[in-house]
Design a protein around this ligand. Structure first.
Ligand code: 2P0
Length: 325
């Protein structure tokens, strides 16, 4: 144990290659399906946390604005988990910044809660094992469990925490993100999952099909088999979206630009460039390709009508503590 202090923790966002959608246990926030993701270098959350004995409650600021309501509650609940594990009662001052649009389907909750869990345990002077931090982050947002680790990361069915599968440097794939709209998404992932579970006749099929797809994605990653990986990640994303589309009312995260970008990726393949798409709870299209093809894939996506910006990212590192004050 060390003394409480001020720290800045950094965590990178991750994009799932085998998707998580749906919960087996709402209270513990345990996913109903296994997932496997790639942590991304280009998207990060930087979270400063300091223990402050003069505070009577946690002070939370997100991207420069004081957090209130549900956003603040989720942060405080995570901090309560870290306080319970570190046997401290100190209140914390939290300032978190993302270097990409928040709540737009670019996984801001994943990197944000991962950085928060790491920063809080260090600020309280009791760094926790990474598996414990991953489990704490999972309770706040299941995808956040994966952002404690770098490269290819799995959150297995029933597991409390995520685990690394393959180092990013061992297979240097690139994710090209076609940002199609900057506005906040209309339905949060948590609400969208609840709605899909409650009303979609395709949800049970998604849940029973996902483990085999996850296994195929993991085998393809370990075997560095890009064509099999690509086919499996597209099916995982589309099967997940099919479950949402069959909900009542339908949950549609695609915009016209989403469909245009997907078609551009299929055309790239017809032209001989291997690239594969995945989409999350937002309209952006994330395209996985091999390193040498990244410039041409990025150039092609930038020309798609409705694509506002293209972000090119290599695999990113595990979450880390940046500095101390
Ligand atoms: C994923 N997504 O595997 C999937 C694919 C979006 C689509 O994890 O309710 O913010 O906080 O556990 O982790 C986004 O959902 O949801 C997500 P909660 P989370 O990346």
């Amino acid at each position: 144990m060390t003394t409480p202090r001020s720290v800045t923790a950094v965590a990178h966002a991750n994009i799932a290659l085998a998707k998580y959608w749906g919960k087996a246990d709402d209270r513990e926030n345990l996913p109903a399906v296994p997932s496997l993701s790639l942590t991304l270098e280009a998207l990060r959350s930087r979270t400063s946390v300091s223990a402050d004995a003069s505070l009577t409650e946690d002070a939370v600021s997100l991207d420069g604005a004081l957090a209130t309501g549900r956003a603040r509650e989720r942060v405080v609940r995570l901090l309560d988990d870290v306080r319970a594990l570190t046997e401290t009662k100190l209140r914390l001052r939290v300032e978190s910044h993302n270097d990409f649009p928040t709540a737009s389907g670019l996984a801001s909750s994943a990197s944000g809660f991962a950085a928060l869990a790491l920063g809080a345990s260090h600020a309280l002077g009791r760094p926790l094992p990474v598996a414990t931090l991953s489990s704490v982050a999972r309770r706040a947002s299941a995808s956040a469990a994966r952002s404690l680790f770098g490269g290819f990361v799995a959150l297995r069915l029933g597991a409390a925490s995520a685990e690394p599968v393959l180092d990013g440097a061992a297979w240097p794939l690139v994710m090209v993100i076609a940002v199609t709209a900057m506005g906040p998404k209309s339905v949060s992932s948590t609400d969208g999952m609840r709605h899909t579970l409650a009303t979609s006749p395709y949800y049970p099929t998604w849940v029973t099909s996902a483990p085999a797809l996850f296994a195929e994605v993991e085998r393809a990653v370990l075997g560095r088999d890009f064509e099999t990986l690509g086919a499996a990640i597209e099916q995982s994303a589309l099967m997940m979206h099919a479950s949402m589309l069959a909900a009542r009312p339908a949950l549609v995260y695609f915009s016209p630009a989403t469909l245009r970008a997907m078609e551009r990726v299929r055309a790239l393949r017809r032209e001989g460039t291997l690239a594969f798409y995945t989409m999350d709870a937002g309209p952006h299209v994330k395209v996985l390709c091999q390193e040498a093809d990244a410039p041409s894939v990025a150039a092609a996506l930038a020309l798609v009508e409705g694509v506002e910006r293209v972000i090119v990212s290599a695999a990113g590192p595990a979450a880390y503590v940046e500095d101390t004050a």
